[in-house]
Design a protein around this ligand. Structure first.
Ligand SMILES: [Zn+2]
Length: 240
């Protein structure tokens, strides 16, 4: 299946927190979007891998994603090496996205920067024809494919965005998708240990950051992204 956008996240919920409203907006505009989680988030203090699998499927349904897969890498311990790059390359070649979104380039959780570099490196390598890959159970070699652009969403740290997407009108669906991860986020009835992301402050921060980024560019809500190369626009009307 050919997708327009493939979103990678080190953990289930990264894609929703970092780019949920942008994903919802692109889908509303007719784009086909898939989500690939690198790990099942099995080291998370709250919940379990099985609970998070169910929550991720529910969140994907809320956003309207065409597919969601999990590569089953080791939470906390996966590395950016050939073995892991090949698994990511297989997903890029399988779905042939023009645009890839992935983790923040620098963050509090060590998997975020690791996942960011792993996916970015795999996007480059995926375009090299001499790297041969096949999907499990299939004999046919996959065609080489390099996405046109890789954008990094912003997570825990307040990184300076290179551009901001106007996501006004799509914060409700983002919030619903995040709240599908009920084991992870603020829930006054939960008996599980407190974590940095289970606080009320964190849940509220997702909203107030989007509001603040929106304020900076004259819209109601925004989601920020960084890029590794110069940003290009087709014409000046592409800018708000
Ligand atoms: Zn994460």
């Amino acid at each position: 299946m050919k997708l327009d956008i493939l979103v990678f996240g080190a953990h289930p919920d990264d894609a929703e927190l970092g780019a949920g409203a942008t994903i919802a907006k692109e889908i509303a505009n007719g784009k086909k979007v898939g989500i690939i989680d690198l790990t099942r988030g099995e080291l998370g203090t709250r919940g379990s891998a099985e609970i998070r699998d169910r929550e991720a499927a529910e969140a994907a349904k809320i956003l309207g994603a065409s597919v969601r897969e999990n590569l089953g890498f080791a939470d906390g311990f996966f590395v950016n090496d050939k073995e892991h790059q090949l698994q990511v390359i297989k997903m890029i070649r399988k779905y042939q996205p023009n645009t890839v979104l992935c983790n923040a380039i620098d963050d509090r959780h060590i998997d975020h920067a690791k996942g960011s570099k792993l996916v970015s490196d795999a996007c480059f390598l995926s375009g090299l024809v001499k790297i041969e890959t096949t999907l499990e159970g299939e004999k046919e070699l996959q065609a080489a494919w390099r996405p046109k652009v890789v954008y990094h969403y912003i997570q825990w740290k307040n990184l300076n965005p290179d551009f901001i997407v106007d996501v006004s009108g799509f914060m409700d669906v983002k919030t619903q998708a995040i709240m599908a991860y009920s084991s992870q986020f603020y829930d006054p009835k939960s008996k599980e240990p407190e974590t940095p992301i289970s606080s009320k402050n964190f849940t509220e921060s997702v909203n107030y950051r989007a509001k603040d980024l929106g304020r900076l560019v004259g819209v109601e809500y925004g989601e920020g992204f960084t890029v590794e190369r110069h940003i290009a626009v087709k014409d000046l009307d592409g800018l708000i």
